[in-house]
Design a protein around this ligand. Sequence first.
Ligand code: SF4
Length: 445
Amino acid sequence: MALTGIQIFKLLPKTNCGECKFPTCLAFAMALASGKAELDACPHVSPDARAELSDASAPPIRQLGVGVGDYEVRIGGETVMFRHEKTFFNKPGLAILITDAMDDAEADRRFAKLSLYQYERVGLTLRPELVALKETGNRERFLNLVKKACGTPYSMILMAYDGALMKEALDIAKEKKPLMYAATQENYEEFGNMAKNYGVPLAVKGEDVEGTATLSGKLTGMGLKDLVLDTGQRSVKDSLYDQISIRRAALINKYKPLGFPTITFPCEMTDNPMKEVLIASTFVAKYAGIIVMSDFEGETLFPLLLQRLNIYTDPQRPMTTKEGIYPINNPDENSPVLVTCNFSLTYFIVSGEIENSRTPSWLCVMDTEGLSVMTAWAAGKFVGDLVGAFMKKCGIIEKVQHKKVIIPGYAAAILGDLEEELPGWEVLVGPREAAHLPAYLRMLK
Ligand code: SF4
């Protein structure tokens, strides 16, 4: 049961030292109770109080990991219904279905898709992470798939209802910390004990929300902590309704049996690949922990990965690039110098266009707190005196023999101030659109 602010306050040192960045212990207690502060912010909590409080301050939806290494998928840990309230933390893992009914060529084709479909975007690698290996009657082939998956870096979901087969699969794959799918009313004791013994997360499959909550309650009673919920619904409407109900029950009603991430199966909701992607995108927004797809195709996977990136980016923290000088196409002391802001998207578009131009150039990226050129200029963060001061201190003066700098066309208004700030320099106004940079740079040669 979650503690109230006053109950938390009673367990704090009550010294009002302010090290937690709150003026008083009471203010900190209230923030902790409402999920707006982390217990670790107070360094003075006694070990006993910490043990009591850590349960109360844990996220209402348990955070857990599936897999190990680079492809580990962290799911759960969410604290808000709507992204704009704070942020969503752990993006849903995307899985491709591989069954024992597929021949070797088809299974290999699907494994290969996880390395084939990887995309660089704003300095991040967007990619799916999981294979969902499903037993449909051919035990030997299923175990071969498990062995094959162990030879890849991908995280895995083991889908089988037979205890003996699941045990054989876990003996092969336990080091990879797979997700067991799934404990049901019929097998939950056997699967629960197995998940505990092997130290792996366990999916719980009920026939509706109530049945799933009952099962998860039984499993937590057995001492299991890392559960993933499947309410068994395979219509889009019912499944979406369940996702929202579970999130509300966990966050608003603090209902522990539903305080776990979920798994959804668009692959079982339609035979139409385009419709399947639309269903998956619905669950990216609300509120799946893992999404299992029947197949991946680049033209539909990429927008899904992009949607996931956007929804799981903190809306209060723009994505930024580190301030500094970026050499592009091996520049030398005669190469042109451009300056721009540190909004990630701006940086990657501008640097990409310079790269395309094949013109050796220096790109100076100034910290504008992640604001784009226009916004930063309007907010007074990309103005003549600041850009001038940045150019003096960033070190570009030591790298080039000329005194010319190209500013973005959208910041043309800073020209006069910048010339005053950088006496002896020639300030050139570049194009407004990055797409016109290659032609502009060629014209300068
Ligand atoms: S750091 Fe701890 S003791 Fe200090 S004010 Fe915050 S809650 Fe109180």
